[in-house]
Design a protein. Structure first.
Length: 438
């Protein structure tokens, strides 16, 4: 987790203003000017305190927000000595190596000695927002950085989509001219023929590899009563776990107790929590997606007192067909999150699932980033995802194969799926609350 604030053909003062607006994303800040590029970088050291960014190598100047999770493996494969993932990345770019071999979650900005280039990981876990004005191009890890130097205007078509789908169907933001940096290509693999037992064995190996790539000492995970977070808690054995519990039928406290690892803290979602954290959440948000998230903010604040790295279960439902219970519903009903009428979208349920994941990742980035934490996503490890998506659907549906390799108790594996809604806001009420703060 770091923060990039940059301007091409702009001023140092603009870059500094953007960087200060997102200072929460790091503990160290610096300014670097390369040709027509000025970058204010907020750095959150994770693996070591001994280096800062950018990294310069053979005319390349490289900034990295996020984590290249397989950087040590790539160093071994290429007989390279590097101290960290940014050094590996600088070497990788300078040698024109295939970008699709980079695993993890990242937004990358670099100057190759001639031009400025930028991209994000194939899922867009780490966003990089782009705004062009005259000859200048502004880039920032959060929209609020752009707003510090540009008077952004609301795009009313995008606003309508947000009111209709909670921003799930809008690929950019509700602000006119603000786009996301291009993701690395992601082509879902063809289905293969493999026995169920062989598939379980290989998937277990790839999951163990993802765990090894993403493990960090000062760690924690957000815990629900479900399979995804429970599996992370079991395999990572984090020092801390955190949950939100509810005073109604949404409570999962019994299964949370079964999944609990390390020292566990629970926040009770009540009226006081809503009143305290709704406004604070709006200070963190600038890209409205996926619905109410004040509980996410509150539990992230708690976790930040103890942890530098958090593990998220995001991606488990999307990869392993966790939403089969609604696949028989018309897709227009699934997309429509409020009673506001919106556009007609001709997509599949699975395509919608991945769009919803994009929205969830935005929320998680803002909640973790606001509290100066890095969030890691073991279920979105490239190798793990590629193999899982190649399996027959009957292995995946309702997380069948994931449950079978999880090692979790039968109460958790066979428990009824619950959503993440909370009792204090309907989707429409959350939209209206957000609009009142624009």
């Amino acid at each position: 987790m770091c923060g990039i604030a940059a301007v091409i053909n702009g001023t140092r003062n603009e870059a500094v203003k953007m960087g200060i607006a997102i200072h929460h994303r790091g503990t160290q800040g610096n300014v670097k000017i390369v040709d027509n590029l000025t970058v204010y970088f907020n750095h959150l050291p994770i693996e070591t305190e001994e280096y800062n960014q950018p990294v310069e190598y053979r005319g390349y100047t490289v900034w990295l927000n996020g984590y290249v999770s397989n950087w040590r493996e790539l160093c071994i494969e290429n007989s390279l000595i590097a101290e960290n993932d940014t050094e590996l990345l600088a070497w990788w770019l300078a040698h024109n190596k295939p970008l699709n071999q980079l695993n993890g979650f990242f937004a990358v900005l670099y100057h190759d000695g001639k031009d400025v280039q930028y991209f994000t990981d194939r899922y867009g876990i780490k966003q990089l927002y782009v705004y062009k004005k005259h000859k200048a191009t502004y880039l920032c890890s959060e929209v609020k950085g752009l707003k510090a130097v540009i008077n952004l205007k609301v795009d009313f078509d995008a606003l309508q989509d947000w009111e209709h789908s909670l921003g799930v169907m809008n690929p950019n933001t509700i602000y006119r001219g603000v786009e996301r940096a291009e993701k690395l290509p992601f082509t879902k693999p063809e289905k293969i023929e493999i026995s169920y037992e062989d598939a379980k064995e290989r998937l277990t190996e790839l999951w163990a590899a993802s765990v090894a790539r993403n493990t960090y000492d000062n760690d924690g995970c957000y815990l629900s009563g479900g399979v995804d977070s429970g599996m992370i808690a079991k395999w990572f054995n984090p020092r801390y776990t955190f949950s939100v519990d509810y005073l109604n039928e949404l409570s999962e406290i019994d299964n949370i107790k079964l999944n609990s690892k390390g020292i566990h803290y629970t926040i009770i979602c009540n009226d006081e929590l809503k009143d305290t954290y709704s406004d604070q959440t709006m200070n963190a948000l600038d890209d409205f997606k996926a619905g109410s998230c004040y509980t996410n903010f509150a539990v992230a604040e708690l976790a930040s007192r103890f942890c530098k790295v958090m593990y998220s279960g995001a991606g488990g439902d999307e990869v392993f067909n966790g939403y089969t219970h609604r696949y028989d519903k018309p897709i227009s009903d699934v997309i429509r999150r409020t009673d506001v009428i919106g556009k007609h979208y001709d997509i599949t349920h699975k395509e919608y699932d991945w769009k919803f994941l994009d929205a969830v990742l935005v929320v998680e980035d803002r909640m973790g980033g606001y509290h100066t934490m890095e969030t890691r996503y073991p279920f979105l490890d490239n190798d793990f995802v590629d193999f899982a998506l190649s399996l027959p659907n009957e292995y995946l549906d309702n997380k069948r194969i994931l449950k079978d390799i999880s090692g979790l108790s039968s109460e958790v594996v066979n428990g009824k799926k619950k959503g993440f809604s909370n009792p204090h806001y309907t989707n429409k009420e959350w939209v209206e609350f957000c609009k009142s703060k624009l």
